[in-house]
Ligand binder design. Structure first.
Ligand code: NAD
Length: 484
């Protein structure tokens, strides 16, 4: 499939509940499996960013006055309508990201689960209904109130379109904020389809607005003086730029940024299970994951056997038509991303790392795929070991003591996630408890639940998404202390 469905909208903006033709530059959308353009359409213009923020601002007083239960009913309807439209949404994920069928399905499941989770919180009033606060002074009583921050700018990248959007949109709406969303310029179609569903779910006009476009549209949005909250997922370079620019206005900012994450294979691990974790951690979504475990640390007694099996498993991954259930490896998102990953592989070779498999673009398809690649013998100072690659590249190192593995994991500018493999769960949990990361998995692939927080230590970002923490990111707190 190289054609978008006829029913798909290609309007560059949704403002005040109505779709608008974009007034900006043409935005080409490319199929990364073939390299062919799917379609192009005009992005939003800068003036439309202002209109979108004004629309969100007008809608704010009524929306923040709704009860949590009313907002929960909207979120519940969105979850149900996404479920009804899952066939179309999965097809768009395959078309625009080249995601294999199972990965496209998982993304849509995640979107449904996220809206359903925040619908639950709203229905229970959890973190939303005012609470009495016990005071030691009988002459005073206090109430804690949760106040929506206001207009929120949501800016997301291309690697998990719709998922990163749902992680921001559902809690923002639950909190009582109104929003302007800017999807990635590389993958706007999935978000256009999602927002079309959201707009048809009965939300009042202006509560959710969309502007498509590249970095300049994102910069105009987050720099708008009427934006109270910025929730950004993307690269460290952009995140730092946003943080600096927002400093003078003291806007509230959440940042989900990069990672350089590790899988630790302890000496008692089941080798096949550990290899499966390594394959998923490094090659799922073609390695285009902020949480990619692109560093694999293997206890020395298992090291050679592990590398051998990892190479066999990597070479067995099949690339091709994402609709084919036998395909399990997608392409990179663009020629630029592919070339960047290949440059990092070249740099690794020049620095003396040993290539065990892969290392080249995948020929034949015309798209942007790169072979699953395994390196060993990088030094701990090499860029290959220290910097995010955002492609299907794993780097394996041996270690001797558990403490050495912990030290190697923590020797990073980033701290998003880590995984531990061991047949001794308590030992693995002891190791996990020492890791400077936001999420650690023990003997599990990278399962993400809306109930658990997402976000990292150090340069992996600021704040947390999902769970009650994702809701708090869109709230101010007010205490009203009264005489009794
Ligand atoms: P990017 O920073 O280039 O772009 C992200 C989004 O920001 C896009 O929508 C882009 O148009 C917009 N943007 C660009 N310049 C902007 C500006 N000056 N002001 C406002 N918005 C601007 O990142 P990308 O290349 O799309 O995504 C890849 C990066 O994102 C990787 O580094 C990855 O680690 C990171 N990422 C992190 C997470 C996480 O949860 N921590 C998740 C996904 C991706």
């Amino acid at each position: 499939m190289n054609a978008a469905p006829d029913s798909l909208r290609t309007d560059g903006a949704a403002i005040d509940g109505t779709w608008r033709t974009g007034a900006g530059a043409m935005l080409p959308v490319v199929n990364p499996v073939t390299g062919a353009e799917i379609l192009s359409f005009p992005a939003a213009g800068i003036a439309q960013v202002d209109e979108a923020v004004a629309s969100a601002r007008r809608a704010l007083p009524d929306w923040r006055s709704t009860t949590p239960a009313e907002r929960g009913a909207c979120l519940r309807r969105i979850a149900e309508q996404v479920r009804d439209a899952r066939g179309q949404l999965e097809a768009l994920q395959r078309l625009c990201n080249g995601k294999p069928a199972a990965e496209a399905r998982t993304d849509v499941d995640d979107v449904i689960a996220t809206f359903a989770y925040y619908a639950d919180l709203c229905e229970r009033g959890a973190g939303l209904a005012p609470q009495a606060v016990a005071l030691p002074d009988a002459s005073a009583g206090a109430q804690l109130q949760y106040v929506p921050l206001g207009v929120a700018a949501l800016v997301v990248p291309w690697n998990f379109p719709m998922v990163t959007t749902a992680w921001k949109l559902a809690p923002a709406l639950a909190a009582g904020c109104t929003v302007v969303l800017k999807p990635s310029e590389l993958t706007p179609l999935a978000e256009i389809a999602l927002i079309d569903i959201v707009l048809r779910s009965g939300l009042p006009p202006g509560v959710v607005n969309l502007v498509c476009g590249a970095g300049a549209i994102g910069a105009a949005l987050v720099g708008h003086p009427d934006v109270a909250k910025i929730s950004f997922t993307g690269s460290n370079a952009t995140g730092q730029r946003i943080l600096q620019a927002s400093g003078s206005r003291l806007q509230r900012v959440s940042l989900e940024l990069g990672g350089k994450s590790s899988l630790i294979v302890l000496d008692d691990a089941d080798l096949d299970a550990a290899v499966a974790l390594a394959v998923g951690g490094a090659f799922y979504n073609a390695g285009q994951m902020c949480s990619a475990t692109s560093r694999t640390l293997v206890a020395r007694p298992l090291y050679e056997a592990f590398v051998e099996r990892l190479v066999v498993a990597a070479q067995a991954l099949r690339h091709g038509d994402p609709a084919d259930p036998a395909v399990d490896l997608g392409p990179l998102i663009s020629a630029a991303q592919r070339d960047g990953v290949l440059a990092r592989i070249e740099r690794g070779l020049a620095d003396g790392a040993r290539l065990r498999c892969g290392g080249r673009a995948l020929d034949g398809a015309g798209g942007f795929a790169v072979q699953p690649t395994v390196f060993t013998d990088a030094t701990h100072a090499d860029a290959l070991w220290r910097e995010e690659i955002f492609g299907p590249v794993a780097c394996v190192q041996p270690f001797d003591q558990d403490a050495d593995a912990v030290a190697l994991v923590n020797d990073s500018d980033f701290g998003l996630v880590a995984s531990v493999a061991s047949t001794d769960r308590e030992r693995a949990q002891r190791v996990a408890a020492q890791l400077e990361v936001g999420t650690a998995w023990v003997n599990l692939p990278q399962l993400v639940f809306p109930q658990t927080a997402w976000g990292g230590f150090k340069r992996s970002g600021l704040g947390r998404e999902l769970g009650p923490w994702g809701l708090q990111a869109f709230q101010e707190l007010r205490h009203v202390i009264s005489a009794r």
